[in-house]
Design a protein around this ligand. Sequence first.
Ligand code: NIG
Ligand code: FE
Length: 391
Amino acid sequence: MSSSTVITNIAALVTNDPSLGDHSPLGLVRDAAVVIEGDRVVWTGESSKAPATDNRVDAEGRAVLPGFVDSHSHLLFAGDRTEEFNARMSGRPYSAGGIRTTVAATRAASDAELEASLTRYLAEALRQGTTTFETKSGYGLTTADESRALRVAARHTDEVTFLGAHIVAPELADDPAAYVDLVTGEMLDACAPHARWIDVFCEKGAFDGDQARAILTAGKAKGLHPRIHANQLSYGPGVQLAVELDAASADHCTHLTDPDVDALAGSRTVATLLPGAEFSTRAQWPDARRLIDAGATVALSTDCNPGSSFTSSVPFCIALAVRDMGMTPDEAVWSATAGGAAALRRDDVGRLVPGAYADLTLLDAPSHVHLAYRPGVPLVAGVWRRGVRKL
Ligand code: NIG
Ligand code: FE
């Protein structure tokens, strides 16, 4: 039998189980302990009631929460876009066109370079408390380049997304219909075995609603489940399409009509908000308050990519969401843990309950609220992933 460890003397434990502790959505337990056995949580509750274990870790009166679930990133890329960012901060607007720069660099990179780059950003994310991450292709845009990106990703996570429909490949810019045929045909056949999800950038300059529906429907027929980049740069059909297709998530949701908000609230499609993108493109913030008040489920993720959001830091996104998107600190922490899990249709991560994976973040702070209260401060003092201490 695997050995058991108790993490004790936790001042504030976020379980995301409302039946525990303060019975809020965070299920906040004071003076708490967590018991880990193998890769799972086997017990959570008040320290004084913790069962006997083989090993003991003293949290020294600090806070513990589920490892962050970053349900939206684009980490299969080479190069960076420093010049584009610099120009944007001097007034040039963001457009989807910059993606081509990264496509060229990614195609030119070797498999080893692509994997080394992915590994580096994953390590960076782990140091900031992320224990589950989704990542996407989308900077290859040929059958060979998209499928190799997914093969590399699948060596590091189960949450792999095929985003061949990021933009129309530059060599087919004059014939978008031919590119949609490629994505729904040969490219999908090569990519589907390596992915769980299919995504489309549904936006002016990328793919319209009809193209997105065709691509996602073809993906569903191959066993992939949809998620959509929706309503990021402008109002559009993405959110309604996400709900129509029972997508796990509609991502960005920056420009929403009242019917869009109502559709999300009446569905199980999660609204995944990505404030790193609005920060790095100086765009208007998504209105988390409006979505939550309407009853929608909200997730918070980094969107880490070299163009619109080059941050791997969930704590940074939490701070932005609290400062600028109307979220309370509790809501932002929930959205970055349980919300991310909902956006990946998972119940084995994002919560600290018996049976869930032992993915935990220990903060160098007495409360999870410090993630927003102390922005920019490296508060992550410990990370366990699948029961193994990584930091
Ligand atoms: O999620 N919106 C589309 N894709 C990315 C940006 C990609 C890029 O600029 O390289 C996003 O923001
Ligand atoms: Fe994205």
